[in-house]
Design a protein around this ligand. Structure first.
Ligand code: NDP
Length: 331
């Protein structure tokens, strides 16, 4: 049995892995079979992660985080969790390969997924004019004409933020009223660089090497027209990846995993959650890394308390070939 299994390989998962490994907990990271590194793998330059004043490519940053975790002894498995059993003191993690692993603690850091429009051009032109993150990519659209899709707070926030760079920002919304809060709406309405296109949905994204425009379909009469653009930001919501724990962990009304205050403790003892899967608001690489840190420290506390109590079923000192957990080193 392991001390701790970390599920997820974004900034939260790998940071938790580094801390857990340095605490001598020999973590196993289930990193996914296809999407190792999380959302940053879809980003180009990351300019706002502390410590990289010259910017760093998203995939390179994630490779460095993985390297750092492995350097201290984290073991990475390129597989997907298909089933979790977390009720008792021994947590069981079943993988797509059929293998099963056991641990005294779980850190759940599966992130969130940007909702997609589901258009063929969206994937193809991702990173070439199509983006889901204004704070990550807005800077690259200086003096360009771009559009944001969506009518919620995210779309208003992104559109307003993007006016710092773009010469014009269209907001494309499928209805004639917004879902966004009044204050965010008013801010967007008052911005001279923002123009709303109502009752319209994006039917196609145009461009070979980079976005050159979109085909808009009027949602009231079905007519279509072309709108030339150099960038398209999709801001139609975000879903925390909680499908493995829907009926096992308490969730919030926003759909994220509930945690106790500023800790990473979920409704089940020994299960900790970190990163976007607990965060409906900030969703930044740096905040996810901080959240992963919290989860590793919480898991370390939990394991040390188990050890002190001499819990028989989860006696982490009996883990084959693994060292005992270091004494808890946080106040
Ligand atoms: P929301 O779910 O609130 O809004 C999504 C928007 O995208 C809606 O206008 C919806 O249209 C539209 N949409 C959904 N699917 C499609 C589609 N397939 N094609 C076209 N349009 C689509 O998500 P947000 O990310 O905006 O907000 C999530 C939460 O985060 C909210 O609670 C929000 O308040 C909060 N938030 C708060 C912020 C702040 O206060 N600073 C900033 C950002 C988010 P329709 O209206 O027709 O359903």
């Amino acid at each position: 049995m392991r001390h701790v299994i970390i599920i997820g390989s974004g900034p939260a998962g790998f940071t938790a892995a580094t801390y857990a490994a340095r605490a001598n907990l020999s973590p196993l990271v289930v990193a996914s079979s296809v999407e190792v590194g999380g959302e940053l793998m879809n980003t180009t330059e990351v300019e706002n992660f502390p410590g990289f004043p010259e910017a760093i490519q998203g995939p390179e940053l994630m490779a460095k985080m993985q390297e750092q975790a492995e350097k201290f002894g984290a073991e990475i498995l390129y597989d997907d969790v298909v089933e979790l059993s977390i009720d008792g003191p021994v947590k069981k993690v079943k993988l797509g390969s059929g293998a099963e692993h056991e641990a005294a603690a779980i850190i759940y850091a599966t992130g969130s997924a940007y909702r997609k429009l589901g258009l063929p051009g969206e994937e193809r032109l991702s990173g070439h004019g199509v983006s889901w993150c204004a704070t990550c990519d807005g800077f690259f659209f200086r003096d360009r004409v771009i559009a944001v899709v969506g009518g919620g707070d995210s779309a208003m926030e992104e559109a307003t933020f993007l006016t710092r760079f773009a010469s014009k920002v269209y907001v494309i919304h499928r209805k004639d009223t917004l879902r966004a809060s009044k204050i965010m709406q008013e801010r967007a309405f008052a911005n001279p660089k923002i123009e709303f296109i109502w009752n319209a949905e994006v039917a196609d994204i145009l461009g070979d090497e980079a976005v050159s425009g979109v085909i808009l379909r009027d949602t009231t009469d079905g007519t279509t027209r072309e709108l030339p653009l150099e960038g398209l930001f999709v801001a139609i919501g975000n879903d925390p990846r909680t499908h493995l724990v829907h009926d096992k962990l308490e969730l919030t009304t926003e759909g994220t995993i509930w945690v106790d205050g500023r800790s990473s403790r979920t409704s089940v003892p020994g299960v900790f959650a970190a990163g976007d899967v607990i965060d409906p608001t900030y969703r930044q690489a740096a905040t996810a890394a901080g959240s992963g840190t919290v989860a590793a420290l919480d898991a370390e506390h939990y394991l040390a308390a188990l050890d002190d109590a001499g819990a028989p079923e989860a006696d982490v000192a009996q883990i084959d070939g693994l060292p005992e957990a270091d004494p808890v080193s946080v106040g």
